[in-house]
Ligand binder design. Structure first.
Ligand SMILES: NC(=O)c1ccc[n+]([C@@H]2O[C@H](COP(=O)([O-])OP(=O)(O)OC[C@H]3O[C@@H](n4cnc5c(N)ncnc54)[C@H](OP(=O)(O)O)[C@@H]3O)[C@@H](O)[C@H]2O)c1
Length: 244
């Protein structure tokens, strides 16, 4: 099973926890062949592997590892139905300029260079279904439209990924659709204090934390829709309209 050549998989990056893990699991439950990428081996990845989902490790902040990941993908699957770029690093911009230099390199590599190299390298192997082109889906952030100043390195590299969605939609059509899903407050992290959570929810028109399933539903709707490309779907409970 572990060495069997896959036929037509969907690759999801950053599947070792939270939203990425949820999307990998739900794709599998919905009958898609899945390759789950991870950086850190987690119980969630081990659980996906137990279900028969192929798992591949790579640190996407490192260009050599990105290219090795691409090579490993080409060996384990004949062609690809889609790629979902979910892996991400989320932290505020350091006040220390030396640390900010390292943050920019790391965030640029994860949010922009890795998706670019993976998309470009697998373009000819991305094959859709009858009547429906293949899919590239970038998980971005509502920050790309209305940035949070303290997170400007995170936000501007995610905005680069948003722009890449538009560029690659032009470049890869008509064989491949390229879209973005832009989450808002879907899953808080431990870094969100109670006060910050209250403020975010007060700015969210639907008044709650969305959870990972609405992100999956947006991904699935793109996979199923043959006539959407170069689009970005906000999954944010309306927060983009009222975010300060
Ligand atoms: N959570 C939200 O409410 C929210 C809001 C807006 C946008 N988003 C976007 O939605 C996506 C998922 O969010 P999340 O909250 O589930 O993210 P998360 O908890 O921060 O998880 C990110 C994933 O990316 C992986 N990753 C980080 N650095 C990596 C690297 N150098 N190489 C390879 N993988 C790396 C992590 O692996 P490790 O376990 O090894 O760190 C982890 O599996 C992200 O793209 C995020 O920007 C989320």
């Amino acid at each position: 099973m572990a060495n069997q050549l896959l036929e037509n998989a969907i690759v999801i990056t950053g599947a070792g926890r939270r939203i990425g893990h949820h999307i990998a699991l739900r794709l599998h439950q919905d009958g898609y062949e899945v390759i789950a990428h991870y950086r850190t081996l987690t119980p969630e990845i081990q659980a996906l592997a137990k279900l028969g989902i192929r798992t591949l490790q790579a640190d996407l902040s490192n260009s050599k590892q990105i290219l090795a990941f691409v090579a490993a993908l080409k060996v384990c699957c004949k062609q690809f139905r889609g790629i979902i770029h979910n892996a991400s690093s989320f932290e505020s911009t350091s006040q220390d300029i030396e640390i900010a230099v390292e943050q920019y390199k790391q965030f640029f590599n994860i949010h922009m260079m890795a998706p670019f190299l993976i998309n470009q390298s697998l373009q000819s192997m991305l094959i859709g279904e009858e009547g429906c082109p293949a899919d590239i889906i970038h998980i971005t952030d509502i920050n790309v439209e209305n940035p949070t100043p303290d997170f400007d390195i995170y936000g501007s590299t995610k905005a680069g990924l948003h722009n890449m969605t538009l560029a690659l939609a032009k470049k890869f059509g008509p064989e491949i659709k390229v879209n973005a899903v832009a989450p808002g407050p879907v899953l808080f992290t431990k870094a969100h204090s109670d006060e910050v959570r209250r403020q975010i929810l007060a700015e969210t028109l639907l008044g709650k934390e969305g959870g990972p399933e609405p992100v999956y539903l947006a991904v699935k709707s793109l996979l199923m829709n043959p006539f959407i490309t170069g689009a970005s779907i906000p999954v944010d409970g309306g927060r983009r309209l009222s975010k300060r």
